[in-house]
Design a protein around this ligand. Structure first.
Ligand code: ADP
Ligand code: MG
Length: 460
């Protein structure tokens, strides 16, 4: 049967409305919101998804839903196809043949036998896993996509480009992908690093005239994950080098994962050919968490530190801090340490007091929780242990390192610092700072570790 254009449009809307009735609002929002329906003369029903990930997901999980909606809409069964919307920009690139002239790197790297560490240049934070990532409407899609990338690396969503503003979980998801890949294949060669580290390493290699080792290192991995790729802006030679690194890995079918504070097109001073490469796979945005997700995150962050946050307190904090999950977490940390410092139960009134006492939330300055997070990850201990009462040497030393770094990096008083570590008093903190300071002077290794930790903390 032929429809007029107007009739067809109404049918298409009706079909989507029928789908909407069969799934939850969240599912609809995530998977069907950007889907376009077409009914060509051939009689089939064609769904156009915004990207290959949505296409695969819908075909895989929603075929029954679609069949039912189509039956209700057209009064008969019809063939249903799901494809990627050709009107959207990323499609042209992804359908292009995988190997093209301009994708071949200009230099062939000699094969140098180098021992490759599994994870180089930086370390993974043990809390940044998929399990610890709270999922809500704002990040459901990014979370699902990250899992899909970890499960089928190098195959479908390459590169995976995750963007969003500061403190929304990009680094968390990036590291969760690393954890998951390593869990599935402990021998996977993963290089995960910040774009700054890549840049520094490149500059060093140029200065030392040793690009061969550099290229070997970055072009021989199974997975390359680069955090904060927007810092490539303005760095022409590094962009050039990254372009070739990218192409080599891409052509070998290796997974590339990138994060940025903006989508590829909006990164200023990024070469056009990089913009188009970055858009070839799956580009996903992490948006600001909605209220319910913020509440859930607050409660989880408190629980990870061994405390329950009462509902009214969680609601109040979630109401007040809207834009940034790192700030939410900072507020929890401040509140818990304040409560332990003054030794009072966590109530609304205490929360008011704690947040007033310790100043309003800051976005850019480094907080003690940044320091604790990095130290915990480095020593492989739990944040809650660092902040708790245990006295075993494996905890005491990292805890003292935290205190030392807190004093040297932040402007906190000794008492405030003690408050973050189970309400210890200023003499304990002073002792720790003294001891670590002395060790750093007498022992090169400790000095190195402190410098490395400081760099990582500053680079977060
Ligand atoms: P970004 O890299 O985007 O600036 P991060 O990944 O560093 O942000 O996240 C900031 C903090 O917020 C981290 O401690 C992270 O664990 C936490 N966080 C972000 N999103 C979530 C989430 N959905 N669930 C739990 N914690 C989250
Ligand atoms: Mg980050």
């Amino acid at each position: 049967m032929e429809y007029s254009e107007r009739e067809a449009t109404t049918r298409h809307e009706a079909l989507l409305l029928l789908v909407k009735e069969l799934v939850t609002p969240q599912q609809f929002q995530t998977w069907f919101n950007a889907v376009v329906v077409e009914t060509p003369a051939s009689g089939e029903v064609r769904l156009l998804a915004p990207n290959p990930f949505v296409r695969d997901w819908i075909s895989h999980y929603y075929s029954n839903v679609l069949a039912e909606a189509v039956r209700n809409c057209f009064g008969e069964d019809r063939a249903i196809t799901v494809s990627v919307n050709p009107a959207l920009p990323q499609v042209a690139a992804i359908d292009a043949p995988p190997v093209r002239e301009d994708l071949v790197p200009p230099t062939t790297t000699a094969v140098v036998p180098v021992e490759l560490p599994t994870i180089s240049d930086t370390f993974l934070h043990s809390d940044y896993t998929f399990d610890n990532f709270i999922v809500g409407r704002s990040n459901h899609f990014a979370h699902a996509a990250a899992i899909a990338v970890a499960e089928a690396r190098g195959q479908r969503y390459n590169p995976f480009f995750l963007h969003g503003s500061v403190g929304l979980g990009k680094t968390h998801l990036l590291q969760a992908i690393c954890h998951e890949i390593l869990r599935r294949d402990p021998r996977a060669k993963i290089t995960y690093l910040s774009c700054e580290a890549f840049t520094n390493h490149f500059i060093q290699a140029v200065e030392e005239g040793d690009l061969t080792t550099f290229r070997h290192k970055y072009r021989n991995v199974d997975v390359l994950l680069v955090d904060d790729i927007q810092t490539l802006r303005n760095k022409d030679r590094t962009q050039e080098e990254f372009f070739h690194t990218f192409n080599t890995l891409y052509n070998l079918g290796r997974q590339i994962v990138l994060t940025s504070d903006a989508p590829p097109k909006e990164i200023p001073d990024l070469q056009e050919r990089l913009v188009s490469r970055f858009q070839m796979g799956l580009v996903v945005e992490l948006s600001r968490p909605e209220f319910e997700t913020r509440v859930a995150i607050l409660k989880r962050k408190a629980r990870m530190r061994g405390k329950e946050l009462p509902d009214d307190v969680a609601l109040q904090l979630a109401d007040r801090i809207e834009t940034n999950i790192r700030e939410l977490e900072g507020a929890v940390v401040r509140l818990l340490s304040y409560a332990s410092l003054v030794d009072k139960p966590i109530t609304l009134a205490l929360a008011e007091e704690a947040l007033r006492e310790t100043g309003s939330t800051r976005t850019s300055a480094i907080t003690i929780s940044d320091i604790i997070d990095v130290v915990a990850a480095y020593y492989g201990v739990k944040v809650s242990d660092l902040q708790g009462k245990r006295r075993s040497q494996s905890i005491v030393f990292p805890r003292q390192v935290c205190m030392y770094l807190a004093r040297s990096i932040t402007k906190m008083s000794l008492n405030d610092i003690g408050g973050y570590f189970g309400g210890r008093d200023h003499t304990t903190v002073l002792y720790a700072i003294d001891k670590i300071g002395r060790e750093a002077k007498n022992d090169d290794e400790t000095g190195d570790v402190l410098r490395r930790l400081t760099r990582t903390i500053n680079g977060r």
